[in-house]
Design a protein around this ligand. Structure first.
Ligand code: GLP
Length: 242
């Protein structure tokens, strides 16, 4: 695990965008694993800026998002699909047919997850997986558990995640209680992983991810076992890592 210390959120975002753009330049048909949440927004804005300057071309890139709320359709403003369009896809020359997000509107959880899993597997998994981290150490929506998850599956969100994510909804009652998420094993198959974290609220999770025991109680801790994982975090998020 490589840890890159950044001054602040802007610095973290620029460095993350640099790594993502290097991947796209080195391999124009790269398969990117993408994340939602507030943390990646700055990196996406930076990518858009470089695209607008003519420095980046997304025309051959394919993307695979980590997760989606169960019960939300693609065009629901709270869905992760909508988030990706608003924060990245609508602003660059990516072919929407090459962008993939689990189908939260499919009520058949097993079928929706199995088909997403097959899609990622058939693609050969991702070249670069971008990850945020939850306050409780979750990645994607893989919550603390007794065992690491494998493929895409339906999860019950924990109260702490529902609480943390409620800031993006009108009221806490609007936050879906379940989500479809790529499993930990699928995430670990990425050739390279880039974790970004910002702010003091993430300090404990970042410490546990980097220096704690590898345990499914802190899903991100398994990233210590990945051979090409980079953590880019600001001073506040690295506050417990001296
Ligand atoms: C959600 C997403 C995660 C994300 C996490 C942290 O739970 N499923 O992929 O990493 O939130 O979000 P934020 O970046 O807003 O702190």
């Amino acid at each position: 695990m490589r840890i890159i210390r950044c001054k602040d959120y802007a610095d973290m975002s620029r460095k993350a965008a640099n790594i993502i753009s290097a991947q796209v330049i080195m391999k124009p048909h790269a398969r990117l694993g993408l994340a939602t949440g507030t943390t990646p927004i700055g990196a996406y804005q930076q990518l858009i800026e470089w695209y607008e300057k003519g420095d980046l071309d997304f025309s051959e890139v394919s993307t695979y998002n980590l997760d989606e709320y169960r019960g939300l359709s693609h065009d629901d403003p709270q869905s992760y699909h909508y988030f990706m369009c608003k924060n990245l896809f609508d602003h660059v020359n990516i072919d929407l047919a090459r962008t993939h997000v689990p189908d939260g509107s499919d009520p058949d959880a097993q079928a929706a997850c199995a088909s997403y899993d097959a899609l990622v597997k058939e693609a050969g998994y991702t070249d670069l997986q971008l990850l945020g981290i939850g306050n409780n150490g979750h990645i994607g929506f893989n919550e603390p558990d007794d065992a690491f998850s494998k493929g895409t599956h339906c999860v019950d969100l924990t109260e702490s995640t529902i609480q943390a994510n409620s800031r993006l909804f009108e009221s806490i009652d609007d936050v879906p209680r379940q989500a479809y998420t790529m499993g930990v094993q699928t995430i670990m198959r990425a050739r390279a992983i880039l974790v970004i974290a910002s702010g003091a609220a993430k300090a404990q999770a970042v410490y546990d991810m980097c220096f704690g025991p590898v345990t499914p109680r802190v899903p991100a801790s398994i990233l210590q076992l990945h051979t090409n994982c980079t953590v880019i975090a600001d001073e506040a998020a690295l506050g417990l890592c001296s």
